[in-house]
Design a binder for this molecule. Structure first.
Ligand SMILES: Cc1ncc(C[n+]2csc(CCOP(=O)(O)OP(=O)(O)O)c2C)c(N)n1
Ligand SMILES: CC(=O)[C@@H](O)[C@H](O)COP(=O)(O)O
Ligand SMILES: [Mg+2]
Length: 624
């Protein structure tokens, strides 16, 4: 390998690389990304697809003055490499190491932090307008994928872009894929744009027409005006964007650096917004990812030679949900399922296979997913919306306005609830207990193990109102198989009866509570353990009983403390039982960065050892 990548130590260094070496640099970048991701895990296929596009953008932009905003941000690895962060890949997505997403605090070249989809056009428009208002000179570019363009926010932004007419470039990175197959009318429209005859005409014509654009010389204003007319000839008429009032150019080969550089340099001189449609191949340069981009969208460590995962395979809560929802679907023809572009991640892919007519992937459109579910429920179906906790944040008003006020029977299957690990602060599912349990008519519950998830899903089908079941990413706990009393609405489960200290835990923290109990037993303390099961409504009868028999009540949840289970218990108990002493274990008032879940729990003092230490020290303080 000739070490072109080694010559890139900071932003803009790519401009020193001779054009004949661009292909070699691209292939070095690909090898580097494949190696890093094979070790640490990460978003492989999307990153491999945008190597040339990122190089072209870096050749035309001046960092950090110019602003490049990546939608979702899962495809920014080449951008990180080209802005001097090669060494940081040794800590990619690990605790204290480099994030897998753009982070302004990591580099001034990361203009805007992302993680959730469809925000880039709004943010870029904000940057462009701020530039105009302040009289600054900078290029602003948003890069949005075809999947992310299914999100409603993108259209709200395009509507505003069309109105404000600020100078900005929207690069539409079309790889014909979301995480899974892209869906819907937009996807069909992009296919039409890609395949219409003018694409070939455009490719043949582009060089000739660009040559007609005069160089920006002494009189910038005059030549810009002239060049605008020439550039205008390149735009293709009649597509969605044109109809929306925004210029459209493309489709352009997203692996042809020189062509993209020529077009970008021309577009920079325009004084209005433009969509540049590039076509890329997801997973390019790594055969297993090219063949199965969905499987290599987000991966754990894997063997480069075979593409086989090296991560240990265990039964996940997602797969328990997946199997259970299929059983429910078979038994009950009114069961319908909805996901927002996550059929694989949520485990609905099996339901789709068995009941294609009752499965709906609505694209990256959580808001629509929830109101669509409300409509289905109003129309007599029983919808199960499977969604990640952090993405459900998008649909807050829809949960209240469309589901809960009407008390409709929608089941929210909230996956990735709690700490998710390597994706970090944008993806931690640590707010749902707070944001859901404050809504009137909403029921919120969390299973302690795989059996309880099964039982809760069946319970949710019988229950006729809005109900959320939240469960974590990763392995399903298989312990306490024999502790399986039937689910009773709003009732907790007494698992171990002790004295003095009661540990009242939610979902994933039940396992930790039992570990705490064992460690306390070693110290001669026999603590009670209660599995809360329901966060909303609270089992106040149980809380009354516990506060009569115990001096300490320790609440435990994988959720922010603010507005969470502990706070709700505290509000109830302190009003009624003045003597009871409370300890609340949960996520403090901070954003939790990326890292292994166990490591994060230690750092947040949510692991069994830290909790025991805290209990012992609180007890000894109280005795002093
Ligand atoms: C609000 C929200 N919902 C879901 C996701 C999960 N997600 C991350 S990337 C992605 C697909 C994006 O597709 P596209 O924009 O085409 O990018 P590609 O991966 O194809 O490069 C999805 C659904 C998310 N990040 N944010
Ligand atoms: C970028 C993004 O939002 C998704 O790809 C997410 O990283 C998937 O997370 P899981 O790995 O938990 O499915
Ligand atoms: Mg895509």
């Amino acid at each position: 390998m000739s070490g072109y990548l080694d010559r890139i130590n900071e932003a803009n260094d790519i401009k020193k690389i001779e054009p004949e070496a661009y292909d070699a640099l691209a292939s070095e970048i690909r090898s580097f990304i494949i190696e890093s991701v094979s070790e640490h895990g990460g978003h492989l296929a999307s990153n491999l697809g945008v190597v040339e596009l990122t190089m072209a953008l870096h050749l035309c932009m001046d960092f950090p003055n110019d602003k490049l905003i990546w939608d979702v941000g899962h495809q920014a690895y080449t951008h990180k490499l080209l802005t001097g962060r090669k060494e940081d890949f040794s800590g990619l997505r690990t605790f204290g190491g480099m994030s897998g997403f753009p982070k302004h605090k990591e580099s001034p070249c990361d203009a805007f932090d992302t993680g959730h989809s469809s925000t880039s056009i709004s943010a870029a428009l904000g940057y462009a307008r701020a530039r105009d208002l302040k009289g600054e000179d900078r290029t602003v570019v948003a890069v949005i994928g075809d999947g992310s363009l299914t999100g409603g926010m993108a259209y709200e932004a395009l509507n505003n872009v069309s109105h404000l007419k600020s100078n900005m470039i929207i690069v539409l990175n079309d790889n014909k894929m979301s995480i899974s197959e892209n869906v819907g009318g937009l996807s069909k429209h992009l296919t039409a744009l890609r395949t219409r005859e003018s694409y070939m005409d455009f490719k043949m014509d582009v060089e000739k027409k660009l040559k007609q654009i005069p160089h920006v010389g002494d009189s910038v204003a005059r030549s810009v005006k002239k060049s605008k007319d020439s550039i205008r000839q390149l735009f293709v008429k009649g597509g969605f964007f044109e109809d929306f009032g925004i210029k459209y150019i493309g489709p352009i080969d997203g692996h042809d650096i020189k062509e993209m550089v020529r077009v970008l340099n021309a577009l920079k001189r325009l004084n209005e917004p433009v969509v540049m449609h590039v076509v890329t191949q997801k997973g390019r340069g790594y055969v297993p990812a090219e063949q199965n981009p969905s499987a290599f969208h987000g991966v754990g460590s894997f063997d480069i030679a075979t593409g086989e995962s090296l991560a240990s395979k265990s039964l996940t809560y997602t797969s328990v949900f997946s199997k259970t929802i299929c059983r429910l679907g078979k038994a009950h023809p009114d069961v319908v399922t909805i996901c927002a572009a996550m059929p694989d991640g949520t485990g609905l892919i099996a339901f789709k296979k068995h009941f294609p007519g009752r499965f709906f992937d609505v694209g990256i459109a959580e808001q629509h997913a929830v109101t669509f579910a409300a409509g289905l429920a109003a129309g007599g179906m029983h919808p199960f919306v499977a969604v990640y906790s952090s993405f459900l944040q998008r649909a807050y008003d829809q949960i209240i306005h469309d589901v809960c006020i009407q008390n409709l029977p929608v089941v929210f299957c909230v996956d990735r609830a709690g700490l998710v690990g390597a994706d970090g602060e944008t993806h931690q599912g640590i707010f749902d207990l707070s944001y859901l349990s404050m809504i009137p008519n909403m029921t919120v519950c969390a299973p302690k193990n795989k059996y309880e998830l099964y039982d809760m899903l069946y319970f949710a089908y019988q229950y006729h109102g809005p109900i959320a079941i939240r469960y974590p990413r990763g392995s399903a706990y298989e312990g306490f198989k024999n502790m399986r009393p039937p689910i009773e609405y709003g009732k907790s489960e007494l698992m171990f009866e002790g004295e003095k200290i009661a540990l009242v835990a939610v979902g994933s923290m039940v396992q930790t509570a039992v570990q705490v109990r064992e460690k306390l037993l070693d110290k001669g303390i026999n603590a009670t353990v209660v599995n809360a099961r329901f966060v909303c409504p609270l089992d106040t009868e149980c809380l009354d009983r516990l506060s009569r028999d115990h001096q300490w009540i320790v609440t435990m949840e994988e959720n922010v403390l603010k507005g969470g289970f502990g706070e709700a218990c505290g509000d109830y108990l302190l009003a009624k039982h003045e003597d009871v002493r409370l300890i609340h274990v949960g996520v403090p008032d901070v954003y939790v960065e990326h890292g292994g879940v166990d490591q994060l729990k230690k750092t947040l003092h949510m692991d069994a050892d830290s909790i025991v230490e805290r209990i012992c020290s609180a007890m000894s303080d109280a005795n002093d």
